[in-house]
Design a binder for this molecule. Structure first.
Ligand SMILES: C[S@@+](CC[C@H](N)C(=O)[O-])C[C@H]1O[C@@H](n2cnc3c(N)ncnc32)[C@H](O)[C@@H]1O
Length: 298
């Protein structure tokens, strides 16, 4: 389905029913969607509010522009602002103080992936950029063209559990400089031939691209910061719902929830992760790796 505002394929919101159930939205409550993206979850939350309000955040200014248009019909009930997770507490303060629930659906949106100029997808001729916030200095091109081989191998292994990280890092160093995402994807494909069959549907560059994106955007540091601030910006009874897309992110969430339990800050409401239903993954294969956890502020 095309987005009426951007003309690009619209991001299909994942685990929407489950996220709304766990958030347990009250019509008069105040909520934060930390990753408004295409505005899908935000719209579903806003539709349940009467006197309540929603703060919709994203670090990507194009997502903020898109969500602002989609959510404009809610008027003052919904505020859309640009902020990264690290700016959560400041944004909530400006919104009027503690809230009744937080949602974070982390990772990339379909719009970001499809915009070839941003270099998130190896299929496109886009520049090797990968910044979610274009005001940030560090780009993926900087990382692949300047990082030493050992460190590159570490990044590729640590952020994506790519077992062939050393071979890939060596090929990168031998073939740089890189200017486009496609050029990098081609070198990786030649460095680790035959891996398509090994990893089934995955292109051989998939894990390397994931690792670079996570590193460039400091995604795990951002997530830790979000979870660090969450108890301080929520009222007792508030729900904190996180949707992760790979095991590295989910591990961070699981460990912080465990710590909250020990400290007595929050209790975990999801004993195990919640996966999308078969119907959802059949309709939207991208939802396959999504997993949700929820904690409740005590
Ligand atoms: C999967 S999309 C969200 C889609 C949205 N829930 C929807 O239904 O349309 C993830 C969004 O989170 C944003 N994002 C990722 N990391 C972020 C961070 N550290 N701070 C703020 N936004 C972030 C991305 O820019 C992207 O727009």
């Amino acid at each position: 389905m095309l987005d009426p505002f951007s003309g690009h394929a619209r991001h299909i919101t994942v685990l929407c029913r489950e996220a709304l159930e766990f958030l347990s939205v009250r019509p008069e409550g105040r909520y934060v969607d930390c990753t408004t993206g295409g505005g899908g979850h935000s719209e579903a939350i806003a539709e349940r509010l009467t006197t309540g309000r929603l703060l919709a955040l994203d670090r990507d200014p194009s997502a903020v522009a898109l969500a602002s248009e989609r959510l404009a019909r809610f008027g003052e009930k919904v505020w859309v602002r640009q902020a990264a997770f690290k700016g959560l507490a400041a944004a909530v303060e400006e919104f009027g103080g503690k809230v009744d629930g937080i949602l974070a659906d982390i990772g990339l949106s379909q719009m970001q992936l499809d915009d070839s100029a941003r270099g998130f997808s190896f299929a496109a001729e886009g520049s090797l950029d990968m910044r979610m916030d274009p005001a940030q200095e560090l780009t993926a091109a900087e990382v692949v063209n300047r990082t030493d081989e050992r460190e590159l191998a570490r990044v590729i292994y640590e952020y994506a559990e790519e077992r062939r990280s050393r071979r890939i890092a060596n090929a990168i160093v031998r073939n740089r400089p890189f200017h486009t995402a496609k050029q990098l994807a081609g070198v990786i494909e030649r460095a680790v031939p035959g891996s398509r069959t090994h990893h089934h549907r995955l292109h051989p560059a998939t894990l390397t691209f994931q690792a670079l994106r996570i590193f460039v955007n400091d995604e795990l540091g951002q997530l830790e910061s979000l979870l660090e601030q969450a108890p301080d910006v929520t009222r007792p009874g508030a729900r904190i719902v996180v949707i992760a897309f790979h095991s590295g992110e989910d591990r961070v969430v699981k460990n912080v929830f465990r710590r909250w339990h020990t400290e007595g800050t929050c209790r975990t409401l999801t004993k195990h992760v919640v996966w999308p239903s078969e119907e959802e993954t059949a309709a939207n294969p991208r939802a396959r790796s999504a997993r949700l956890r929820c904690a409740e502020r005590i």
